[in-house]
Design a protein around this ligand. Structure first.
Ligand SMILES: Nc1ncnc2c1ncn2[C@@H]1O[C@H](COP(=O)(O)OP(=O)(O)OP(=O)(O)O)[C@@H](O)[C@H]1O
Length: 290
């Protein structure tokens, strides 16, 4: 059980997340929706401890996540895998090596520096790629894959962490409709078959409705809805998206990934995502080939 108790996050005088109080039992698939700036990413980043809470407590099965330091914090970040909108692969490395990087937090520094992966780890990586239906790309450089393929590699890398929970920060925002569906299907499959809790930020109402058993709606940093897809009525959507967001909220045409134009401009890259990838590699002493 993930317990978020009275959690607030401020950036200077700006309150990004305010007094959020929710419990997420193991095995749920949860969608977090809301307009841009509602606080969705900040909430996920606090759970993963990319950023600290300003007030309140986050705990997991009794472990006080919001207070962890050092190795205990790294262990938590291994148990709580994160997937980002921009995939965060190392483009110059081949796909299978990218996937094996998911093992970094489970290995000694020496093994990591020398980039020694056991046969078992190599098999595990190939199985993860097979599961995501992209084993044929194993030896390709990650940067040569399509966006949808890269996101599947990122999910395979997350699986290598053998996580208890997967946090996905707008995992389909940069993808065309077909790839968006494949990625969401993969997350649902992992949730259902492996029992891994999935919490995903989504900017499309219908995707949240279609894939998530529980939807959390945020507005101005606060949770304004927490319920099932059936309970997400028009009135509730109005509350989440606000008066000037009604078109976005109600028009399935505007929110549907199934008909979202493939050439829609990419949303801005999240700096935290880049930093985390760089840190993971840097901490492990992995230097990248040119
Ligand atoms: N590092 C930061 N420094 C200052 N303000 C920040 C920082 N990170 C987020 N904010 C602010 O906090 C608020 C919530 O941002 P957040 O990124 O969590 O929203 P979001 O719902 O994920 O939006 P989006 O869908 O656009 O990513 C916004 O007003 C944002 O400008």
């Amino acid at each position: 059980m993930l317990r978020i108790e009275n959690v607030t996050r401020r950036f200077g005088s700006k309150v990004a997340v305010e007094k959020v109080d929710i419990d997420i039992p193991a095995g749920q698939m949860v969608g977090v929706i809301g307009r841009s700036g509602a606080g969705k990413s900040t909430l996920l980043r606090m759970i993963n401890r990319l950023i600290d809470v300003s007030e309140g407590t986050i705990s997991f099965d009794g472990l006080k996540v919001s207070e962890l330091r050092g190795q205990a914090l790294r262990d938590w970040q291994r148990d709580c895998a994160m997937i980002f909108q921009q995939f965060n692969l190392v483009p110059r490395l081949d796909v299978v090596t990218n996937v094996m990087l998911g093992r970094l937090n489970r290995r000694s520094t020496v093994q990591s520096v020398l980039k020694i992966f056991s046969q078992e780890e190599q098999m595990m990586a190939l199985k993860a790629l097979e599961r995501l239906d992209i084993a044929q790309t194993a030896m390709q450089r990650a940067g040569t894959l399509s966006g949808g393929q890269q996101q599947r590699v990122a999910i395979a890398r997350a699986l290598m962490q053998e996580p208890k929970m997967i946090l996905a920060d707008e995992p389909i925002a940069s993808l065309d409709p077909r790839n968006a569906q494949v990625v969401m299907d993969s997350l649902r499959d992992i949730n259902r078959n492996d029992g891994i809790t999935v919490i995903t930020n989504l900017h499309t109402l219908d995707t949240a409705r279609n894939y998530c058993e529980r939807i959390i709606g945020m507005q101005g940093g606060c949770v304004v809805f927490d319920g099932t897809p059936d309970q997400l009525t028009t009135d509730v959507a109005r509350q989440i998206y606000g008066a000037d967001g009604l078109d976005e909220a109600f028009s399935e045409a505007m929110t549907s990934t199934s008909i979202e134009p493939a050439n829609k401009p990419k949303r801005k890259r999240k700096n935290a995502a880049d930093i985390v990838a760089a840190n993971q590699l840097g901490e492990a002493g992995v230097s990248l080939p040119n």
